[in-house]
Ligand binder design. Structure first.
Ligand SMILES: *Cc1c(COP(=O)(O)O)cnc(C)c1O
Length: 377
């Protein structure tokens, strides 16, 4: 088969479960076409139930908006410094800049590819020695793999710095049986089109404190004081989720666990068919870690091989992508300090994300591994 008549295989595409339209129709039938309504409340309750652990959820317009409000609730403001995992999507770091604060980037460790506890502690000590204690820590569960929760939170509480847990890619993952999205002083989720469940676009702020939920909804709906007229004593945002999108979310929550199962099955398939090669490595779950395997990523033996695989897949109409380019390498953040050990640079050179949608069929998976096997041979 050649690329022209072969079907395009995407990295991670939306996968509807079937009941989404029922909730959306209800919203139309009852004229709840607004950034509030029964689907918004229902979706929040669904997530609260799913995450368990006594959390309160505010459904917002995106993961990025949730990070923005989360950092604001943690008190981040102009002139502050925020420690942020370097290897991540830019949306983890951009909201720090929205608030007039400055990101300071922290490299990864090899076990989970997430924030390195050693570099984190070195950075905290160094910033304090330089006269400025960091205001918050943004730690990310990349590709669904939990970060070293115990180590990161032990350091954070030792120095009394709050953690914003970026769980945008990790809904359905857990650490020693506790769901990701419940560890941070505040956590965020994303329901963007490429995530494990989607509302087409959306996000949520998660906290153990009801007052965080209330305050984030207040800020997300233009910060209106209680008064019959429009009255404001704070700057507000238009960040609330709409009742239509939340309807999609309610349907998606019904299939979240099957999506996790399918994505984990993709990982197992790739590992079974490519795991024997000495030129490819898979990220294993350390004991007690459970990844939703949002994306299956491989570590190849060289940049050259990684590019070879990526380009050959592209020729066959198959989308793949290098791992996240670390923030300390991004032009937009060149003036930010970073605490580095070389690990994220190396992963960026040699790592590749393979198609991982929960809607991939077995034929698609066979097509992908046969292309990769061709180049390994
Ligand atoms: C997707 C993503 C975000 C942003 O979420 P949006 O809903 O797209 O705004 C933030 N952090 C990480 C790690 C992400 O993958």
């Amino acid at each position: 088969m050649n690329a022209i008549d072969s079907k395009r295989i995407w990295l991670s595409s939306p996968h509807m479960g079937g009941t989404e339209q029922k909730f959306v129709k209800e919203a139309f039938d009852t004229n709840w076409v607004a950034p509030l309504g029964p689907n918004v409340n229902g979706f929040e309750e669904d997530i609260e139930t799913y995450l368990n652990n006594d959390v309160h959820v505010a459904a917002l317009s995106s993961g990025t908006a949730s990070l923005h409000l989360g950092l604001k609730l943690l008190g981040v403001t102009t002139g502050d410094e925020v420690l942020c995992q370097s290897m991540t999507f830019a949306a983890s770091a951009n909201p720090i800049v929205y608030l007039g604060a400055k990101p300071v980037f922290i490299d990864s460790e090899k076990e989970t590819w997430n924030m390195c506890p050693e570099q984190l502690e070195i950075a905290i000590k160094d910033r304090i020695a330089k006269g400025k204690k960091p205001k918050a820590i943004v730690a990310v569960h990349l590709y669904g793999m939990p970060y070293q929760v115990e180590a990161i939170h032990r350091i954070a509480s030792e120095y009394r710095i709050p953690v914003l847990e970026d769980s945008a890619e990790a809904l359905g993952s857990s650490y020693h049986g506790v769901k990701c999205g419940t560890f941070g002083d505040i956590a965020i989720l994303s329901f963007n089109g490429n995530k494990i469940i989607t509302t087409s676009g959306g996000g949520a702020l998660v906290s153990k404190h009801q007052k965080h939920k209330e305050k984030s909804i207040f800020l997300a709906t233009q910060a209106r004081d209680e008064a019959p007229h429009y009255q404001h004593s704070e700057i507000g945002y238009n960040y609330r989720m709409s009742n239509i999108t939340a309807g999609i979310g309610r349907g998606q929550m019904e299939v979240l666990d099957t999506h996790v199962e399918y994505r984990r099955r993709n990982f197992d398939f790739y590992k079974k068919h490519l795991g024997d090669s000495s030129e490819i490595k898979f990220l294993e779950e350390p004991s007690g870690y459970y990844s939703n395997r949002w994306l299956t990523c491989i570590e190849t033996s060289s940049y050259k091989l990684r590019e070879g695989i990526r380009l050959l897949l592209a020729e066959e109409n198959i989308e793949s992508r290098p791992l996240w380019k670390p923030m300390h390498q991004q032009a937009v953040f060149t003036d930010c300090d970073a605490y580095l050990n070389g690990i994220s640079d190396d992963l960026f050179d040699r790592g590749l994300c393979l198609p991982s949608g929960s809607n991939l069929e077995e034929d698609d998976l066979y097509r992908i591994v046969s292309v990769i096997k061709n180049i390994l041979r």
